[in-house]
Structures are given as C-alpha cells and as structure tokens.
Design a protein around this ligand. Structure first.
Ligand code: FE2
Ligand code: FE2
Ligand code: FE2
Length: 424
C-alpha cells in the first residue's frame, strides 16, 4: 500500500486556516459543556460555573493577560479527566464530599492526573495541564493526588480549588444563599484554601454579587459569552500543525471513552486522507476531511456513554442514543465559528448510499463526498478491529464485506478507490 505524504498537510500556509480568534475559547467551552451533559441531556454547567468564579477571582488579583487565559482554559478543562464511560466525576464528588472519602475513591483520586496526562499530549497546553493536575491539592498539604502544600501549588490551581469547592457545595446542599455557602465552606477553609484567595472570594460574594453570575443557565451563558470575548487569541491555535495536535487530543478523549479500540478516530483520519488524495481533492479539502475524521465521533461524549461499551444487545432506547451521535457532534461543533463545514461532514457520516442510514436518510450524491469517504474508512476500521459484538477480520475479508455493501451502505466509487489503495 502506498502512503501519501501526510507531512505536507501540516505545512499549508496559515492563511488557509480560516478560524476566527474566538476559536479556542468557543471550541473548548462547547466541548466541555457537552461532556458534562447528564443522561437526560440537560446541562449541569459545573466547569462553566467554576470558570466564571475563578476568572472573577483572577481579575481581582490583577493577573496578567496570559495567566488569565491559562486560568480560563484550565478551569474549563479542570475535570476533563473525570469524564467517564458512565457518568462524570462530578456525580461522585457530590456523593462523597469529604476529602478522605475522595482520596480513597479511585475514580475521584485519579481524575486530576488523568486530565493532566490527556492535556499534556498537546504541548501548547503544557501549563494548563499542570494546573489541572493540581486542582485538588489543599493549601495545608492534605489534598490529592500529590499532597503539595502552600505556594508549591500553582496559583491558578489554588484559585480553581476555591471556585470548585464552592460549586460542589452549592450542588450538594442546594443552597444559593451566599451566607450559607460561606458558613459551610468556613469550616474547611483553613485546610483547603489559600487564605488570600479565599478572602477575595468572600469579598466578591458579599460586595460584588458573585453568585448572580452563576445563578441560573441564562446568567451562566451570558457570563461565559462575556469572558470568551476577552479570551480571543490569534496565536493559540493558529497553525495547522497546532490544530492537528489539538484535534488529535480531542479525538483521543472520544476514542478512549467510547471505542473499545484506541486510536479509532486517528486511523479513520489516516484512511480518509489517503482516499481523498487518490480522488485528487484539493489540499484544504483534504485537511478538512482529516479534522472531520478526528472529530467524527465526538457526539458520543454527549449523552449516555456506557452504551458504546455494552456487550449485550442494545434496547430500543439505547439504539436511539447511539443513532443521535452524528447530530450531537454537529450540535457541538456548529456552535463554534469556523467549524461549520466539519460539523456538516460529521452530521452525515452514518448516511447510507440507498437512503437507509441516519440521521436524515440521505441518498447517494446528496450525501457529502467527505461523509461518504469517512463512512467507508469508519466501517473498514470497525471490521478490522475487535468490538464488543465481533472479532476483528483480516484485510481481504473486510474488503469483500465493503464490496458486498456497495450501493447499499457505501458509494461504489469510494469503495473502488479504497480497494485500489489497499491493493497498491
Ligand atoms: Fe475535580
Ligand atoms: Fe470540578
Ligand atoms: Fe460514528
């Protein structure tokens, strides 16, 4: 098989990457919100609320622009390591509010480190990943996972600790009375919090109505929208190479949680790009297909994730949940300026040539070519991987399965190109 030089893709001129300066803030906030949806599909906004409160504290401390950006992204992503196959670490934290219980619960204990590891795969987020790794450290050294003390804990992590504890306390005790939260937190404040930061927090609550910014979903949406305007950045994710690494990191979160084989999305991207080359699509289109492939299953993160690992037959309701993932992926990405084309390709990656696919039952050429390409790559990787419902098959057998489904599931031209690629 001849492999085309993918390296060229990362050297496209920057002006071909037409993402607005709000891209990083938009993408990360929408992605995090989707990961935190509960099984009924409602937003819980935990990380958004933590972000809003942390940034207000950061402003009072007169943090410089760069540190404010790190605080913004780290607080949004602080619990990303707590996204689990079934549920989210926030559910556990609200059930086990004391730190000794939290330390002995493996899934809670490991989530800061897991977040640090995931984000650490993306070099641009190195500082952010360190902050995330230490967001459960306590000022007196009794936190976790490392037991760091005082100023050894990064400043942004100490800020997030206060905002996070406040948000969890507000959920556990369902209180929205500022005085009640302050008296609740007061009991642990000396062990858990940096006293300077805690003082600023109390002042913000008492004198500047901090809780008004997080009191309901409209207030939260408005506060995040305002913060995002301050977080515009033309450099953070401006080169194709950086974006590639960023999307790869996001793909690995989706793959690790929902696919029983690691790197599924990365392999789908490799195969789709090879087909796109053979079909002589232009380079910017190939790049778009590559990124759409990286992200094709991110809709699986929003909703009941346990169904993707289930070995038994799915119930009708679980099937509906599975079938909703292209639409959910579209919904996440379509809110991010610059991602509309990618969102559109993802929406149709499970449409079939004969109209029997989902979500819209589109037929033949009505399905975007990029989605038809991804559909073949996705199916091939599924057939040649072990899945809960089947053992993996070899290349030849997989190819004959694809060919059998030409004009039903797959576009005949795409399968022909793919077959040529595999045989070359
Ligand atoms: Fe956490
Ligand atoms: Fe949290
Ligand atoms: Fe999919």
């Amino acid at each position: 098989m001849t492999i085309y030089p993918q390296a060229r893709l990362t050297q496209l001129p920057i002006q071909d990457i037409d993402f607005p300066s709000s891209f990083a803030a938009d993408f990360v906030s929408e992605f995090v919100k989707a990961c935190e949806l509960d099984n009924s599909g409602s937003e819980i906004y935990h990380s958004w609320k933590v972000c809003i409160m942390a940034c207000r504290i950061g402003k009072k401390l007169n943090l410089d622009r760069n540190t404010m950006k790190e605080l913004f992204f780290a607080s949004l992503l602080h619990d990303i390591g707590g996204v689990m196959v079934g549920g989210h670490v926030i559910d556990l934290l609200t059930q086990i509010p004391d730190v000794y219980g939290q330390k002995s619960n493996f899934r809670i204990f490991v989530h800061p480190h897991r977040g640090e590891t995931i984000l650490g795969t993306f070099p641009t987020f190195r500082n952010i990943s360190e902050i995330v790794g230490t967001h459960h450290e306590f000022y007196d050294g009794t936190g976790f996972p490392k037991g760091l003390k005082g100023d050894k804990i990064p400043l942004c992590s100490r800020i997030i600790r206060v905002a996070d504890a406040v948000e969890i306390a507000a959920q556990v005790h369902s209180v929205d009375d500022p005085d009640e939260i302050i008296s609740l937190l007061g009991i642990f404040s000396e062990e858990e919090f940096d006293p300077e930061i805690y003082k600023i927090f109390v002042d913000l609550v008492k004198n500047e109505a901090l809780f008004d910014a997080v009191k309901n979903s409209e207030a939260v949406e408005k506060s995040i929208a305002e913060l995002k305007k301050e977080m515009t950045d033309h450099h953070l994710l401006s080169s194709p190479d950086t974006l590639n690494r960023f999307f790869k990191m996001v793909a690995s979160i989706a793959d690790n949680l929902t696919s029983s084989e690691y790197n599924h999305s990365l392999r789908v991207a490799e195969l789709s790009v090879q087909m796109a080359y053979l079909m002589k699509l232009n380079e910017s289109e190939i790049l778009t297909i590559r990124w759409a492939s990286f992200l094709h299953d991110i809709g699986k993160l929003a909703g009941n994730r346990s169904v993707y690992r289930k070995r038994e037959k799915l119930t009708d309701e679980e099937w509906l949940n599975v079938k909703a993932h292209p639409q959910r992926g579209y919904d996440i990405l379509n809110k991010v300026a610059g991602m509309d084309k990618i969102a559109y390709y993802i929406l149709y990656h499970h449409e079939n040539q004969d109209g029997s696919g989902y979500p819209e039952g589109l037929k033949g050429e009505k399905i975007p070519l990029a989605s038809r390409i991804m559909h073949v790559a996705d199916a091939y990787d599924a057939i040649t991987s072990n899945r809960p419902y089947h053992r993996k098959k070899q290349q030849e057998e997989a190819l004959s399965e694809l060919k059998k489904n030409v004009n039903k599931q797959f576009d005949p031209n795409v399968v022909e190109v793919f077959s040529k690629f595999l045989m070359s």
